[in-house]
Ligand binder design. Structure first.
Ligand code: GAR
Length: 235
């Protein structure tokens, strides 16, 4: 795998693969930034585990290769769930053929195994709708509204075998309005996501965030005082 900062210095775009399950608004932000030339990336492919996900349409409209590895099978085995191992085997083969420098989970909703993460051809980052380490898992907006927390937001972190537990790279924060419904709060957080995800990838392309070095340090459990980088983006 090429060194990411070399890739930037050579002014070659960083090759990015994106895994999705849903509407793909974050994927769209990356597509738009790539097309506008504001982010030096090439989205080499998109993998969706949901056939009907609007993210699939967004990738097709942008002429980006898209592979659907639906978790619901059709034909003879209709309705049977594709096991995670089968998904991972196909996804690994696809990623190996694209040879990305970075894999981005942007609203990807399946839990991946340690073997898949360790064997992936590039480091992997995930966008999560909470200020990690708070509110790992699902229903983050409901849970934060039921708490006494005064602020909320989203995080981009390195993917490791433990769910939502890898090194947090960046966070964007907002003040909680207790009058908000979970849906209203989710919309506000998504506006932050649309800024923090491209910003984080920009920092990776510039070598400011070196995920491989971060991973190596994490394995020797050294303290990383400079992370996460936080942006207060109230809206
Ligand atoms: C985003 O809000 C992201 O934070 C969340 O899914 C949404 C996808 O939106 N991810 C997770 O909950 C991961 N645990 P999008 O499909 O419009 O980009």
């Amino acid at each position: 795998m090429p060194n990411m900062s070399d890739s930037y210095q050579d002014s070659k775009p960083l090759k990015v693969a994106v895994l999705v399950s849903g509407s793909g608004s974050n994927l769209q932000v990356l597509i738009d930034a790539m097309k506008a030339g504001s982010l030096p990336i090439e989205i080499v492919g998109v993998i969706s585990n949901v056939k009907e996900a609007y993210a699939v349409t967004r990738a097709e409209q942008a002429d980006i290769p898209v592979t659907v590895l639906s978790h619901i099978t059709e034909g003879e085995n209709a309705g049977k769930r594709m096991g995670i191992k089968t998904f991972e085997r196909h996804a690994t083969a696809q990623l190996n053929s694209w040879q990305p420098d970075l894999i981005v989970l942007a609203g990807f909703m399946r839990v991946l195994s340690a073997d898949f993460i360790d064997g992936a051809p590039a480091p992997m980052i995930n966008l999560h709708p909470s200020l990690l380490p708070k509110y790992k898992g699902l229903d983050t907006h409901e849970r934060v509204l039921a708490s006494d927390d005064t602020h909320h937001g989203c995080s981009v972190h390195v993917v490791t075998a433990e769910l939502d537990a890898g090194q947090v790279l960046t966070q964007a924060l907002l003040a909680i309005d207790k009058q908000n419904s979970p849906e209203q709060l989710q919309k506000r957080v998504q506006k932050l996501e649309h800024k923090i995800l491209p910003w984080t990838i920009l920092l990776i392309t510039k070598g400011v965030l070196d995920i491989e070095a971060i991973n190596a340090q994490q394995q020797s459990s050294e303290y990383l005082p400079a992370l996460p980088l936080q942006l207060w983006l109230d809206n």
